[in-house]
Design a protein around this ligand. Structure first.
Ligand code: HEM
Length: 399
């Protein structure tokens, strides 16, 4: 393989078609071995460096002084300039501001808070599963994982339950158009009204924590609160892709599903293996704050450095038999949820949603079969199924 993959193929890494219709893993495998720090020249995207080895990616995540998040954490076309959320949202802030902003939201995602939410998540899961069983054939994306993960984050932010379906529809429109949620006028207008309502009368929700919290002794301006809410909602696309990717992995490896059914103690490890194997966040980006050398390549101040997470999570230097989906894998120190300061704030919640969904599916006694072709998300930022038709059949009761 090494002889057949040449530099022109490496440029395919930023073609969404490779991620939707092809297999970027072959390319990443080659890059880990032969070009672990690879320079991509400017095209529609600005020039950037690609990192593909676990060790290098983890080191970048853990060095925010050299690798800044404030100019954006995702590649975007040069003509669009830097991300407008730069320096304002949690993901796009550097220390010390990042720590203060994170502390305003951290309580809502702590182990204690997520545990308190579990019954609500379980009820919501049972509802979507019951509806799916009634339908027979459904789309695991639109009918199960999508509404479930969105309604959970809406509940945390403070969106009333009666509006969850509408907010879900707006988010779907934005995801389908590959635009940011901030570009959806109705969604932003809705969040703005909710923000004014919480300013007038705070409630027990994350939005109220942002309205009343301070960073460096100052209240957050309204547009920063909105951008942070929008980012939190957008981030759940990863959560739902982990649920969907997990379902697909089980459909492709039915032996692993039977194994889990026979031994529920494997569930926590299963969740980690789904996160590693599916790695639904495809890349993170950082900007170098000083010139330095990485594996012999000179990185200049202002250079963009892109971390390909699915590649790190299949690095043969770290994982035995890395392409295998093995729910009993030990150890499994994947970095699907990043590492260091920006470690995913929603990690405990995402893990709980996965545990609850798969255990409820097993408890329901339903059999799940694929009922049509899978299409994949056309993106270089996130990956996984965009549509996954399934048939949920309740087990026949014995007369
Ligand atoms: C309930 C679902 C989720 C929510 C609400 C959520 C939210 C967030 C937020 C707000 C951040 C920024 C944290 C910070 O900068 O301090 C973040 C970071 C991150 N999350 Fe999540 N997330 C969720 C699920 C996931 C899942 C399932 C994955 C991957 C499988 C994931 C991968 C990441 C990664 C890689 C980062 C680091 C981004 C960067 O700094 O470049 N997230 N998440």
């Amino acid at each position: 393989m090494a002889a057949t993959v040449t530099s022109p193929t490496v440029s395919a890494l930023v073609d969404p078609a490779l991620h939707a219709d092809g297999d970027p893993h072959e390319l990443w495998r080659w890059m880990r071995e032969f070009a672990p720090v690879h320079r991509h020249e400017a095209g529609e995207l600005p020039a950037f460096w690609s990192l593909t080895r676990y060790e290098d990616i983890r080191a970048v995540y853990r060095d925010p002084a050299t690798y800044s998040s404030a100019r954006g954490v995702l590649l975007r076309p040069a003509r669009l300039g830097d991300d407008p959320g730069g320096g304002l949202t949690l993901a796009l802030s550097d220390p010390p501001r990042h720590k203060q902003l994170r502390s305003l939201m951290a309580d809502w995602f702590s182990t204690r808070s997520v545990r308190a939410l579990e019954d609500t998540v379980r009820d919501a899961t049972r509802r979507v599963l019951a509806r799916a069983v009634e339908r027979g054939v459904c789309d695991f994306v639109q009918d199960i994982a999508g509404p479930l993960s969105l309604s959970v984050i809406c509940g945390i932010i403070g969106v009333p339950g009666r509006d969850h379906d509408t907010v879900y529809r707006w988010c779907e429109e934005a995801f389908a158009a590959h635009t940011s949620l901030a570009a959806h006028p109705q969604l932003m207008e809705y969040l703005m009204e909710l923000l004014y309502a919480r300013m007038a009368e705070p409630a027990d929700d994350l939005l109220s924590s942002l309205v009343n919290g301070t960073v460096h002794g100052e209240l957050l301006p309204e547009h920063e609160i909105l951008l942070n809410c929008e980012n939190l909602i957008g981030a759940t696309e990863n959560g739902r892709l982990a649920l969907i990717g997990g379902m697909l992995a089980f459909l492709q490896h039915p032996g692993q599903w039977r194994r889990l059914a026979a031994d529920r103690a494997l569930l926590p490890g299963t969740v980690e293996e789904i996160l590693r194997h599916t790695s639904s966040a495809t890349h993170s980006m950082r900007t170098a704050t000083r010139p330095h050398t990485l594996r012999g390549r000179r990185i200049e101040e202002g250079d963009r450095v892109v971390l390909w997470l699915p590649s790190a999570n299949r690095d043969e230097a770290v994982f035995n038999d890395p392409y295998r989906f093995d729910i009993a894998r030990r150890p499994n120190r994947h970095i699907a949820l990043a590492s260091g300061e920006h470690f995913c704030i929603g990690s405990t919640l995402a893990r709980a949603e996965m545990r609850i969904l798969f255990s409820e599916l097993l408890d329901s006694g339903c059999s799940v079969e694929q009922a049509g072709p899978v299409t994949r998300v056309r993106s270089i930022a996130v990956n996984g199924p965009a549509a996954l038709p399934v048939r949920l059949t309740p087990k026949r009761r014995m007369p």
